[in-house]
Ligand binder design. Structure first.
Ligand code: RIB
Length: 284
């Protein structure tokens, strides 16, 4: 089983011809309300591909929380570990420009209420891989990675949004997932990323696929060329697909090659969760 530790947000998405500058107003299209959040996206992406997935997170007792619960259920994600918080469901305010690029402001709400004691409720005996992202408190993620490693579970972490990780957390990761901009800030070359401490690193390269960095070297895997509609949630699709394949027993390079294909397909449709392909769509 794959356990996802991360956020669930309602995405309020508006198409704009360009983003406003400070003090400026621009008119956009109609607002779409779409289930999102880096954790829920990762879980839904993996479940659509046929993985057995559980999400550890929190939602508010409100309409957006119901939207998220429905999307998770409809995709087959187990929500036993999704708490109902007295805080509102997280919201992401997203603008999408005609080139398919997005910019996002997140109001974490209930996601801030996911605590280390929630992690202590996990039965690790059924879990093969833990995948985390960083819209829930760093303290909780660090606790989750430690608990997973102690239980012999493989911890994966998508460094999104970017944060400074404790050394102990970094050292347990197999892999740390970063995008190429973060990779460039963290180290002068891909092979030097291992000096940060993780057992392996996967660098996502957008339309060019991904690079897998292990002590044996750097291997690039390609992505199919596609027409970009909306890149929102592509990194989460990558993390979900990669972790699903690792849980199924693939090696890291095979899992990354599959994930690059899944992420490419996800950018051909609008939104995060609604854009994720099934296993048969990936195969076709
Ligand atoms: O990675 C995309 C996600 O980031 C969106 O779904 C939004 O909720 C923000 O968390």
């Amino acid at each position: 089983m794959l356990l996802v530790l991360g956020s669930a947000n309602a995405d309020l998405v508006v198409e704009v011809s360009r983003r406003p500058g400070a003090g400026e107003t621009v008119l956009g299209g109609d607002t779409a309300v779409i289930p999102g959040g880096k954790g829920a996206n990762t879980a839904v992406a993996a479940a659509r591909l046929g993985a057995s997935v559980s999400l550890l997170g929190a939602l508010g007792d409100d309409g957006y929380g119901s939207l998220l619960r429905s999307s998770l259920h409809d995709s087959g994600v187990d929500t036993t570990l999704v708490a109902t918080s007295s805080r509102p469901t997280g919201i992401a305010y997203i603008t999408v420009t005609p080139d398919g690029e997005n910019s996002i402001v997140v109001s974490p709400g209930a996601n801030s209420a996911v605590t280390p004691s929630d992690v202590d409720a996990v039965d690790w005996s059924q879990v093969r891989v833990l995948v985390c992202s960083l819209e829930v408190p760093l303290e909780t993620v660090a606790h989750g990675v430690r608990a997973a490693a102690e239980a012999g579970v493989r911890p994966v972490l998508n460094l999104s949004p970017v944060a400074q990780l404790p050394e102990e957390t970094l050292a347990a990761l197999d892999p740390l997932i970063v995008n190429e901009h973060e990779a460039a800030q963290l180290a002068p070359s891909f092979d030097k990323l291992l000096d940060l401490g993780p057992k392996s690193v996967v660098v996502t390269l957008g339309a060019r696929g991904a690079a897998v960095v292990t002590p044996s070297g750097v291997t690039e895997v390609p992505a199919p060329s596609v027409e970009v509609v909306d890149t929102t949630g592509a990194g989460d699709a990558f993390a979900g697909a990669l972790s699903a394949r690792l849980a199924a027993g693939d090696d890291l390079t095979a899992a990354a090659a599959y994930a690059a294909k899944v992420a490419a397909l996800s950018v051909t449709k609008a939104g995060a969760q609604p854009s994720y392909p099934s296993a048969s769509e990936v195969a076709g």
